[in-house]
Design a binder for this molecule. Sequence first.
Ligand code: SF4
Length: 258
Amino acid sequence: MKVPYVFNVQRFSVHDGPGLRTAVFFKGCPLRCPWCHNPESQVFGPEVMVSLGGRRQVVGRAYSVDELVEECSRDILFYDQSGGGVTFTGGEAMAQDLDYLLELATKLRAKGINVGVDTCGVAAQEAFAQMARQADFFLYDLKFIDAAKHREFTGASNALVLKNLELLASLGAVIYLRMILLEGLNADPDTIEATMLWLKNHHIELAGVNLLPYHRFGMDKFAKLGREATEFTTPGPDQLAEIIRQVARYYPGVTIGG
Ligand code: SF4
């Protein structure tokens, strides 16, 4: 079993699924989204970040399954009271060693802890099929319904993303779809409509749709990693209200964030 690197274990998160959660941020992702708000998550293995003042910080360390189970068990009381649990995120959770993920999920669930998986959808079908049996829900990112744009901006085609989404839906997984919104790239009415039609035509049942308007939070981290950052534009309030109305015609459980 290959032990993954983790760059953050964030307690009391309210952005990574229902209730109060502990978010385990795994290091390593097959995509290279230029708007990534955790660019330190992209490379597998430890990295050094250097602040403007020259302070060096090593990000990423290996955690054994039992170490994470112990760390994530500290807030069981809060999970119970809030309907929360633990979310595997990153980086890309599904790009980590599958045996490790399955063992971690199994041990957490044996303690009665709800387990969610945040994913960009780029991993083997077999991995999703197995994880669907051990996860309580998926936060599933769909960045571009258009294959060429997906490849241009993330570095990979969306073919596997769409196939895995269909697979999870066919297995009856609980799926919250997450859509980053980038003005001028994927937030126009035609693109939203094409996305909704694809989902409906492929019988994708969703527990909710979380709209994630672009924000600049990751830009300073790109600088600390010595990489160039790209700035995008957030859709305005009127446009967001229109997107909510448009999505709600197909999926009423639509929220900003989540
Ligand atoms: S899929 Fe997520 S973690 Fe990976 S590069 Fe894109 S935004 Fe960052």
